[in-house]
Design a protein around this ligand. Structure first.
Ligand code: CUA
Length: 174
């Protein structure tokens, strides 16, 4: 047995295996869909139907006093650009991507949520104190990656607007 040849062969196989990791949209994502059988959301029709239509994005009160925040990450912005949440209540984040892999990371916290097209990523957040947090995409997603920024505004619970049915909390409404 020629160990040198075996080693070269193994390294070559290893390098070939790495290629799919750099081609998420073209290779990984279709593969994931294929193995999952069906995908949870269609990244191409997010704005047309379902949970992530525009007027459903933002912050919504739940019956138990927690809130749900729905967002979309896309090259190169987060929608909504600024989200408004109350202090001291559980914040259920639901975020998906319209295109590439992004990561929604909140500066000054340990929160970072990877977003994938076709999949809803979930995270549980909570903010004890009011404040403004800068957020940034932490997954290289293309030419505009470094400009992919947004904001989380945390206001005292009693200052958070009471929402009408169908209305979503946003920084603009505050
Ligand atoms: Cu989105 Cu980097």
């Amino acid at each position: 047995m020629n160990w040198r040849k075996v080693r070269i062969f193994l390294i070559t196989v290893f390098c070939l295996c790495l290629i799919p990791l750099t081609r998420f949209n073209q290779i990984d994502e279709p593969l994931i869909r294929f193995f999952r059988g069906s995908h949870q959301v269609d990244p191409l029709t997010l704005h047309l139907a379902g949970e992530f239509v525009e007027n459903n994005l933002g912050t919504d009160w739940n019956a138990d006093g927690s809130v749900t925040v729905r967002m979309i990450a896309q090259q190169y912005l987060f929608i909504p650009h600024c989200i408004l949440v109350p202090t001291g209540v559980p914040v259920h984040l639901r975020i998906t991507s319209a295109d590439a892999v992004h990561s929604f990371a909140i500066d000054g916290t340990n929160y970072a949520v990877k977003t994938l097209p076709g999949t809803v990523s979930e995270a549980q957040l909570q903010f004890p104190n009011p404040g403004e947090y800068k957020t940034a995409c932490r997954e290289f997603c293309g030419a505009g990656h470094y400009a992919m920024r947004s904001e989380v505004k945390v206001v005292p619970r009693e200052q958070f607007p009471a929402l009408q049915a169908g209305e979503r909390g946003s920084c603009a409404a505050q």
